[in-house]
Design a protein around this ligand. Structure first.
Ligand code: FES
Length: 131
């Protein structure tokens, strides 16, 4: 997936975003907690991929699957609101909760801090699909 260039003069990396990984190895990490400073307009999926957290993103970040599903534990008001399209799509994700979001659709707009939980089932569900 293409990670968009961001004008860091206009949007400096100032927003604290913490990722809580339920299965760190499943997304290519060793630690269960990682924290980064992010620029506004960056999506949570882009931020994760940029730092080697390999959240599944089967449709390439265009709101056409639900594999990039995460739980926003904190800082929901620092993200773009869910569109109707996202709400329809996220309903198909396993482990749905009231803080469920599609990480490819969550652009950072506020000051944070933001805490994102990446569920373990995501990786397993995708890997077990036969080809
Ligand atoms: S990557 Fe498909 S909806 Fe986010």
């Amino acid at each position: 997936m293409h990670i968009r260039e961001i004008d860091t003069a206009k949007y400096p990396a100032t927003v604290a975003v913490q990722f809580l990984l339920e299965d760190p190895e499943g997304v290519g990490q060793e630690k269960a907690q990682l924290e980064f400073k992010a620029p506004r307009t960056r999506t949570l999926l882009e931020l994760a991929l940029e730092h080697g957290i390999n959240i599944e993103h089967a449709c390439g970040g265009v709101c056409a699957c639900s594999t990039c599903h995460v739980h926003v534990e904190k800082g929901m008001d620092s993200l773009t609101e869910a569109t109707e399209a996202e709400e329809d799509r996220v309903e198909e994700a396993p482990g749905l909760s009231r803080n469920s979001r599609l990480s490819c659709q969550c652009e950072i707009t506020g000051n944070g801090p933001i805490v994102v939980r990446v569920p373990a089932w995501n990786r397993n569900a995708v890997k077990e699909v036969p080809h």
